[in-house]
Ligand binder design. Structure first.
Ligand code: SAH
Ligand code: SF4
Ligand code: F3S
Length: 452
């Protein structure tokens, strides 16, 4: 290690790609690094440690890693003590191959090994290259519950990892391994600890939270049972969860929205396609009719429920008629928002080997048309909230105008609002806001009352 480094605080540059699970892993890394006297920097050229927490869900995400690594090559020449780490799903997928492509890398480790970061840094300190892609079949209590560094009013809590569904297009079961649930007692004590530190909202995380406790690990508790217990943790204002697989969304879970007032009225229910043929080839395990039955039940019981989804266009063999069926599903359901993607073949998945791959221009054109269609629907759904008074959990300054405050509704929409002089609300306060303006991605409103 270079002279002078021991005497001062060390700096880490950390960049995260991908889903909330990666965000959560990054938070845990920062928590561990805090104990090793690292502070975060926004400038990689200042850093003693660079970590890229990667995603390989689509090819584009994976390629980003290589271009970023290329940029850091010269930094390593200037600062030979610099340690460069690739973590996350590309690390798991590529392992040793990453070291061959980028010899200036020091450590490669997969998502199951986040808690070993300290040990890996020590090994790299002695000049070794380290690659760790072991996957374990259980979760020890010390792996999670590492105190996040940047705590404000909300936090993510992983309740399980991995996925057993093997949808034919998806890399996640390979990069995150088999489904393993954490013990309910560990999850609840992590949440109680977060509440003590001022957290008001938690989002329970898993690739398919509805199957909590049914794969490996966990205990005898089902997801709805766990969710009920979490909703009742004293001091918490709101509870969310992502993601639910439509095939496993039970009536018991649906009923909870009516029984637990702290459970936010938002469900992210990825449908992927509006064609039964495509859904079958994707291996999703449900039909369009089944999916719609769940959506109608949710909408009937809770008319203000926000429903969002994920869509893939251009899956191998998707005909124009299949694609039109997806467009028609959008018009029928009128989702509050969608996340839509062009199908991207992933190495080792069944779909990558299917005949009739759709040309890039067709995939791209279909995506564009789909997004245009949804833009109108999102807009209309946002305008539907005009004049309504909604509960908003304050998060901080508005990103649009720093003199204003910003927060989220129970249905997860951003609301910006001017703070009246009488308002003493900071992050974590629940207030009532009447919606006066609606845009594509946010709402604006006037404060009516504050609960704190
Ligand atoms: N576990 C969640 C999804 C996690 S991945 C679920 O099953 O609902 C997030 C989204 O990425 C998926 O819902 C899907 O829409 C998209 N996705 C996954 N693999 C993809 C691929 N190979 N090409 C394009 N989009 C993909
Ligand atoms: Fe991927 Fe399907 Fe698992 Fe979701 S449920 S992570 S899409 S394999
Ligand atoms: Fe990406 Fe891995 Fe999440 S592939 S979407 S970071 S599980």
């Amino acid at each position: 290690m270079a002279e002078g480094l021991h005497g001062r605080e060390k700096l880490v540059f950390l960049e995260t790609f991908g889903c909330q699970m990666n965000e959560n892993d990054s938070e845990r890394m920062l928590g561990l690094l805090k104990g090793l006297s690292y502070t975060r920097t926004k400038d990689p050229s200042d850093a003693d440690l660079i970590i890229i927490n990667t995603c390989s869900i689509r090819d584009k995400a994976e390629q980003k890693v290589y271009s970023i690594l290329g940029r850091f090559k010269s930094l390593k020449k200037e600062r030979p003590w610099l340690v460069i780490v690739v973590a996350g799903c590309v690390a798991q997928q590529e392992g040793e191959k990453l070291l061959k492509r980028a010899p200036h890398l020091d450590i490669v480790f997969g998502p199951h090994n986040v808690h070993k970061l300290k040990e890996l840094l020590l090994q790299a300190d002695s000049g070794r290259k380290v690659v760790v892609t072991e996957q374990t079949g259980e979760i020890s209590p010390e792996e999670y519950g590492i105190e996040p560094v940047e705590l404000e009013e909300k936090a993510f809590v992983s309740i399980m990892r991995g996925c057993n569904n093997f949808c034919s297009y998806c890399i996640v079961p390979y990069t995150r391994g088999r489904e393993v649930s954490r013990k309910s007692a560990d999850i609840l004590s992590e949440i109680e600890g977060l509440v003590e530190k001022g957290i008001k909202e938690v989002t329970l995380l898993g690739q398919n939270v509805n199957s909590y406790g049914t794969g490996g690990g966990g205990d005898d508790m089902s997801f709805p049972e766990l969710l009920r217990k979490v909703c009742r943790v004293e001091g918490l204002s709101r509870v969310r969860f992502i993601t639910s697989h439509p095939k496993d969304i039970s009536d018991e879970l649906i009923r909870l929205f009516g029984e637990e007032p702290r459970l936010c009225r938002h469900v992210h229910l990825p449908v992927q396609s509006g064609s039964d043929g495509v859904l079958a080839a994707m291996g999703r395990g449900y039909s369009v009719e089944y999916y719609l039955s769940k959506v109608w039940l949710l909408k009937k019981l809770y008319p203000e429920m926000a429903i969002t989804t994920d869509i893939i266009v251009g899956f191998p063999g998707e005909s124009e008629a299949d694609y039109e069926a997806t467009m028609s599903l959008l018009r029928t359901v009128r989702f509050d928002n969608i996340f839509s993607f062009m199908y991207s073949p992933r190495p080792g998945t069944t779909a990558a080997g299917l005949p009739d791959q759709i040309p890039l221009e067709v995939r791209s054109e279909r995506l564009q048309r789909l997004q245009e269609e949804q833009k109108e629907i999102t807009n209309e759904r946002m305008r539907g909230l005009l004049g309504r008074t909604l509960d908003v959990l304050v998060e901080g300054e508005s990103k649009i105008d720093a003199s204003e405050l910003s927060g989220r509704t129970s249905c997860n929409r951003i609301v910006n609002f001017p703070a009246p002089v009488w308002l003493q609300a900071g992050p974590g306060c629940l207030i009532e806001v009447t919606i006066t303006e609606a845009y594509q991605n946010s709402l604006r409103g006037e404060v009516r009352a504050a609960g704190c």
